[in-house]
Write a protein that binds this ligand. Structure first.
Ligand SMILES: [Mg+2]
Ligand SMILES: [Zn+2]
Length: 298
């Protein structure tokens, strides 16, 4: 397996420190001093002693505990003094020294294997990738709020009936709620991207009062008459692709709710289930869709 290098020190392997500490402090101190020198909080000391009572190993485990290291011990018999000093004590229940030591080699290999599998293996990262999110993409004007044309001021913003409760229901059902909006008012010079973000902050605050939340807003600031073609204006799917990347979304489990033909086309272009809603009748707006699909009416 190819992976990045991991730091590990065999404190048994430095003959210079072993003889120096051995001469000055005695052999029982050789590992304690090395742990004192190198051990940092959060490190792991692996202490191996067949009896579990080797004085220099026990001393190193004591030092490790004092310094906030985790101690994993490998021993035999009934674990000896090491057992009490260990966060994890792996004890081979045998008094046959060669068998205990052979088992320790095996355990060492198993631990290395587990570390590589957990931290680096392809299957581990695949599993993470597989845990994808489902989402409900929402158009904004005409779907979330009444569309008076180029809405950007707080005072012009009005939720369509039942929308905050519906968004809460989607939150509770485990869906990411993501707004995908064409804001050509920016290209036309009616307002700025900053104004749009300010309005979104206002929407967030209003939703919060209902315990509801929009996970993200994506908007296209362009219009072909002013900026030429772009990849983000619906029915293009640039914004959805961005959201899929940002939130690891499984499109096959997701929906797009909008009020215009361009929303419906965008949904189809992205391979999303399309829901077309209107402002007027509550059964045909977002609330209707959510309560029929996720709510008590289901
Ligand atoms: Mg709309
Ligand atoms: Zn665009």
């Amino acid at each position: 397996m190819e992976r990045r290098a991991l730091p590990a020190i065999a404190i048994t392997a430095n003959s210079a420190t072993l003889t120096a500490i051995g001469n000055d402090y005695g052999f029982n101190e050789v590992f304690r001093r090395a742990v004192e020198a190198h051990g940092k909080k959060g490190d792991v000391l692996i202490a191996i002693s067949t009896s579990g009572n080797s004085a220099n190993i026990v001393a190193s485990a004591e030092q490790a505990k004092n310094q906030g290291l985790k101690v994993i011990s490998l021993s035999g018999g009934i674990g000896g003094k090491l057992k009490e000093l260990s966060d994890i004590a792996i004890i081979v229940p045998s008094s046959d020294t060669p068998r205990v030591q052979e088992s320790h080699i095996l355990v060492g290999h198993i631990i290395c294997d587990l570390i590589e599998k957990e931290m680096f293996s392809i299957s581990a990262s695949k599993n993470k990738k597989r845990a994808k999110n489902k989402a409900v993409f929402l158009d904004r004007d005409g779907t979330i709020n009444i569309d008076n044309g180029y809405v950007y001021k707080r005072e012009d913003f009005k939720f369509i009936k039942g929308v905050p409760q519906s968004i809460k229901k989607l939150n509770d059902a485990g869906y990411k709620v993501i707004v995908i909006s064409n804001q050509s008012g920016i290209a036309r010079g009616f307002y700025t991207a900053k104004d749009v973000k300010k309005l979104h902050n206002h929407i967030d605050a209003e939703l919060k009062k209902n315990g509801a939340k929009i996970d993200a807003y994506y908007f296209c600031p362009h219009h072909p008459n002013f900026n030429g073609k772009c990849e983000c204006r619906k029915p293009k799917i640039g914004l959805i692709e961005q959201a899929v990347q940002d939130f690891n979304i499984d499109l096959s489990q997701s929906y797009f709710v909008g009020d215009k033909k361009s929303d419906e086309e965008c949904a189809k272009n992205a391979g999303l289930k399309a829901i077309l809603v209107g402002e007027k009748s509550i059964s045909k707006n977002l609330y209707g869709f959510v309560s029929q699909t996720f709510g008590d009416d289901k």
